[in-house]
Design a protein around this ligand. Sequence first.
Ligand code: NAP
Length: 247
Amino acid sequence: MSGSRVLVLAGTTEARLLAGRLVGSGSDVVVSLAGRTTSTEVLAGEVRSGGFGGASGLARFVRERGITAVVCATHPFAALMPFNAADACARTGTPLLRLLRPAWTAVAGDRWIPVDDLEHAARALEVLGARRVLLTTGRQELGPFARLGHVEFTIRSIEPPDISAFTHASVLLERGPFTLESERQLLVDRSIDAVVSKNSGGTATAAKLDAARETATTVVMVERPAGPRVHTVESVDDAVRWLTTSP
Ligand code: NAP
């Protein structure tokens, strides 16, 4: 990888691990964060923060900084950046890889209701007649849930959400990883009858699914948004291999 400069579009554990591996092996790495949360994690490489200004801004950055490969390791629910990366890399002729961790799949005993988006998740809660709900989908796009005035929400997020439109909501400001014990305790202590989750995959926030299975709690599972058709791998190892072997 001599003479290479890799741009890692970050915001995930995998992005952090990949940057660490690449820097550790002597590669020139630029890590890009959207800058939405106050990160407590140390990132290897040159770190920049904030949007590029769409696909054209990203293409400009790639050209100006002499980027030779881009790895889009944004969150599975980052709906725009993977398309911007595909567009920018097509315009500049830059090799692009998407690093996307596998989705969770239901196992025996799970009570999952798969839905397409947060609006459908709110409707599923209405149909279920859920009364006490743990909402773990992040602090943005809470609007569809606010209209459910009869539901007591526990909203867990990293940064404080705006709950002014909710009738009953309490906030847990926490960042994973979470343990099975603490997740079980949370569901039991608050008599939670439904959990709403994005199908983010990974291990950091998976314990809520085990706890829900154990306590026979329904999980309304929001499926991932569609992504661009680009070469995709599921692990940091495979991303390193691609960067090492691609021309
Ligand atoms: P998004 O819809 O794909 O991106 C929206 C805009 O944010 C992009 O158009 C881009 O702005 C900027 N952006 C996103 N990722 C960026 C990055 N790595 N570096 C620089 N700019 C970036 O993504 P999102 O859902 O708003 O998420 C924002 C960030 O939070 C992502 O990095 C994602 O990995 C992380 N995250 C998202 C979720 C989620 O559930 N959506 C969960 C955990 C973490 P410009 O067009 O101006 O370049």
